[in-house]
Design a protein around this ligand. Structure first.
Ligand code: GRF
Length: 199
């Protein structure tokens, strides 16, 4: 299976997925890193790994439909079977979702449906939550909303700082996302309404 990973920034989850798929017995390869930010560090990571990358900037298109039509063109060129959003800071539009039904995953640094949005770690920290975590889910047209594949809790300790919490969350992400990708690639995920059955 040919994978595309969408990133807007650092790309540490991109790296974790790429690294985890290097084992020869997994029939999946990351063949494309797509970003909306031409300055994203993920571009350097893709280059380092010898993976094709492309920057598609929203400002170069007159509307979201045209922007996503170009993204779809890039995906079709590479015959992509799974899209992983990994720190991609945009809401995926209906055209792209229709084109890849049940084939787009996202990772979120909180236990959904708590702390949706782009500042989830800070929001859980500011709220004074005792537990937060990581969710990997299928993408639907609402932000941070689709059926949940895997979740893992992360305790917020009394001696944590926002920074130390973020580090532990990222460590969990780098294990959980590859696990979800491998389950998808192995055909073990079945969506039944809001539930994802792992078979
Ligand atoms: C991660 O915390 C992810 O959960 C969120 O954005 C962050 C991306 O980090 N959606 P990176 O770019 O993968 O390092």
């Amino acid at each position: 299976m040919r994978l595309a990973i969408f990133c807007s920034g650092n790309g540490s989850n991109f790296q974790a997925i790429v690294d985890s798929l290097k084992a020869k017995d997994i029939p999946a390869t990351v063949v494309l890193m797509l970003t909306d930010q031409p300055g994203a560090f993920a571009l350097k990571r893709a280059k380092q790994e010898g993976i094709k990358s492309v920057a598609v900037e929203r400002k170069n298109f007159k509307n979201k439909e045209d922007f996503e039509a170009e993204i779809i063109r890039q995906l079709e060129q590479e015959n992509i079977g799974l899209i992983c959003l990994a720190g991609y800071m945009r809401l995926v539009g209906p055209g792209l979702i229709r084109k890849y039904p049940g084939k787009i995953l996202n990772i979120h640094p909180a236990l959904l449906p708590a702390f949706k949005g782009t500042r989830a770690i800070k929001d859980a920290w500011d709220y004074g939550a005792k537990v937060t975590g990581v969710s990997v889910h299928f993408v639907d047209k609402e932000m941070d909303h689709g059926p949940i594949i895997l979740q893992q809790a992360v305790e917020i300790k009394d001696n944590d700082t926002e920074q130390s919490l973020a580090e532990r969350i990222h460590q969990v992400e780098h294990k959980l996302y590859p696990r979800a990708v491998k389950l998808f690639v192995a055909g073990k995920l079945k969506i039944a309404g809001r539930k994802v059955i792992i078979c």
